[in-house]
Design a protein around this ligand. Structure first.
Ligand code: ACO
Length: 323
């Protein structure tokens, strides 16, 4: 069985910064409430003339540059998102077109809400390990602000827009040690967008095309579930908590991140935290955090990374990575 390694990372955040103070003007909330309950200080908002694939393309270009790989050398694109620009073609096909990447190579989206990036990583990893491709772009990109009801204080303060990407290459050296995916569709009503184009545009209302969430219940399930997946991931590799150098979690809420770090017995200095700068960017949050810590020199070659995510569906997953 072939191994796979991450050979480049990249990310992109839209320019427009939206502070908590701006949200105070839209809904009954406060900077202190948002910071205390979520850790979020600001988020980025996509420009009117930008789309999810524009963000994804820039993140992908930066990952390719870091890997020193040209777009023609990519023979697979897997893009995690829950905000496709269009019903079809997929965001992955649009990114392939934007990059001028190899025509004929497979490109497709994976939809698992906030867990989409770990789902995409799992799929690409399997392609490479079985010889189906040699070099893949794995992207997480979302424009969550386009799914927000700006009158709902329970959701509009939480999310932001962004994109992150990695280049994954078949290798003799171990890199992606294991991936673990799960879903439980029975609890979909706790966190969902209740409308989609398949239901027909005549059923679209002012609010059902937007995120609806029972936050407190989601919070409890997320903390419990992420605690379990930490054990599952380490057990599968015969490793212990002390072996983990960096936790690179989905960035939804600082309190969820702290709970998972406690479960691992990891001090917060070994946890990559970016949620304060961009809120919950859904599929983008793990590759954004990874790229941040790679570029600022915290994550070094050889470090053991635990990536984990939880999101709508419910979906959840993890990856153990020797960087
Ligand atoms: N500003 C001020 N007050 C607010 C706000 C706000 N933005 N939002 C809710 N409140 C109020 C509520 O109405 C409630 O008021 P009440 O007591 O008068 O009824 C009070 O604050 C407490 O509400 P809770 O929902 O119990 O607050 P909680 O401490 O659970 O924090 C939050 C809410 C931040 C949404 C939290 O539950 C959370 O982060 N949940 C996880 C959600 C999430 O991250 N989902 C994304 C996808 S899943 C994932 O990525 C993990």
């Amino acid at each position: 069985m072939i191994n796979t390694r991450i050979i480049g990372t990249g990310s992109y955040l839209p320019e427009r910064i939206m502070t908590n103070a701006e949200l105070e003007a839209l809904v009954e909330t406060s900077d202190s409430w948002i910071q205390e309950r979520t850790g979020i200080a600001e988020r980025r908002v996509v420009a009117d003339d930008q789309s999810c694939t524009d963000l994804a393309t820039i993140a992908a270009q930066r990952a390719l540059e870091a890997a020193n790989v040209s777009p023609e050398d990519i023979d697979l694109i897997v893009l995690g998102t829950c905000t496709p620009d269009r019903v079809f073609p997929s965001n992955a096909c649009l990114v392939q077109q934007n990059l001028g990447s190899k025509a004929g190579a497979p490109a497709f989206d994976v939809a698992a809400a906030c867990s989409s990036f770990v789902y995409a990583l799992d799929v690409a990893n399997r392609f490479l390990r079985t010889g189906g491709a040699e070099r893949a772009l794995v992207i997480g990109a979302d424009t969550m602000t386009r799914l927000l009801n700006w009158k709902d204080r329970g959701t509009c303060v939480l999310f932001g827009d962004g994109a992150g990407a990695i280049v994954l290459e078949a290798s003799d050296e171990p890199g992606i040690l294991s991936t673990h995916l799960h879903a439980d569709g029975a609890q979909e009503c706790l966190l969902h967008v209740p409308w989609g184009p398949g239901m027909g545009y005549d059923r679209l209302t002012d609010t059902n095309g937007k995120i609806s969430m029972r936050g407190n219940e989601v919070f409890k399930v997320a903390v419990r579930t992420l605690g379990r997946i930490v054990d599952e991931t380490l057990d599968a590799n015969g490793l212990s908590k002390e072996d983990v150098d960096w936790l690179v979690p989905h960035q939804a809420n600082i309190r969820i991140i702290q709970a998972t770090a406690r479960k691992l017995g990891l001090p917060m200095e070994r946890v990559v935290q970016t949620v304060q700068h961009h809120g919950n960017t859904s599929s983008a949050s793990i590759p954004l955090a990874l790229d941040t810590a790679v570029r600022d020199g915290r994550i070094k070659p050889g470090d053991l990374l635990l990536l984990e995510a939880f999101g709508g569906g419910f979906t959840w997953g993890s990856a153990l990575v020797r960087y």
